[in-house]
Design a protein around this ligand. Structure first.
Ligand code: PAF
Length: 280
């Protein structure tokens, strides 16, 4: 992959990169499509990264569908799939980590200790191997976006991060590889995350700018669905992930909740009172 990347750069072409863990859905395909439209050569990685899963998390049962994924990527005219093995990425004795301090402990980082250290380690390795000019990430993982952007700034990675909007099912549920875990009943219940975000957006549209009141309203909606167990509902600065008291300068509204055993996340960006806008 490194030799190929060198060759691509030597020929003066721009390389666009989409990192994924496979089990591709329309959200991933929209990243590949955007990459296709902005780059000469598109590389998509498929690697279920063990380092970003906690000991009790779903690494072993995470959906893997390489044949189907590669057919989907071919249809999107992706040039190369980089699908290394765990042993190739983490040979015995590999003990180095990339940790972006503080911000990695916020939102999902608080509920999933070490998760973002695993993400920034693998993303750094992928950037070093693939040497992309552009890297495409989904807004659905808003905390990941903020942390990767900070890592790129802090460590001077020579790559531009492009963030693409959330792709939603018709009822609003954000597309996620983990949605396949949901039973038909849970699939219906899962839309509660989006409803809670929409409630916050409506209130912000009506002029409410107090973050505490908006969060309380969002939490109230989640509480109305007994099948949902809230992890967090927060309104934060989208760059630092620090809580904001007021949304008048815009903010990220982020939610995580379990429906059954499945942990789901979603978010919207508020642009300030009267101009709330769905974060994709
Ligand atoms: O967003 C994901 O699917 C993963 O966190 C990523 C960026 C591919 C790193 O493993």
């Amino acid at each position: 992959m490194t030799a190929l990347s060198r060759e691509i750069h030597r020929s003066g072409k721009h390389l666009g990169f989409v990192p994924t863990m496979g089990a591709l859905h329309q959200g991933h395909l929209s990243l590949a499509r955007t990459a296709r439209s902005q780059s000469d050569v598109v590389v998509v990685s498929i690697f279920v990264n063990p380092r970003q899963f906690g000991p009790k998390e779903d690494f072993s049962k995470y959906p893997r569908s390489f044949e189907q994924d590669s057919a989907l990527l071919q249809a999107e005219k992706v040039d190369y799939i980089f699908a290394p093995s765990v042993e190739e990425m983490y040979p015995q004795g590999a003990t180095s980590w990339v940790k972006v301090e503080e911000i990695s402990d916020r939102l999902d980082g608080r509920s999933r200790p070490g998760h973002f250290h695993g993400v920034t380690t693998v993303v750094s390795k992928l950037f070093n191997i693939i040497q992309p000019d552009l890297a495409f990430f989904g807004q659905k993982d808003a905390a990941q976006v903020a942390i990767v952007r900070k890592m790129v700034r802090d460590l001077n990675f020579d790559v531009r991060i492009v963030v693409c909007p959330i792709v939603r099912e018709q009822d609003g549920l954000a597309m996620s590889s983990r949605n396949v875990y949901l039973s038909p009943e849970q699939r219906k219940q899962a839309v509660i995350l989006y409803r809670a975000l929409m409630r916050v957006q409506t209130l912000a549209d009506q002029g409410e700018s107090d973050a505490a009141k908006l969060m309380a309203a969002g939490k109230q909606v989640i509480a109305e669905e007994p099948a949902a167990r809230l992890d967090y509902f927060e309104i934060v600065n989208s760059d630092t992930l620090e809580p904001v008291r007021n949304i008048s300068h815009g903010a990220l509204v982020a939610v995580a909740a379990h429906v059954g055993a499945t942990r789901l996340i979603d978010n919207i960006m508020l642009m300030g009172p009267g101009q709330a806008k769905v974060g994709g």
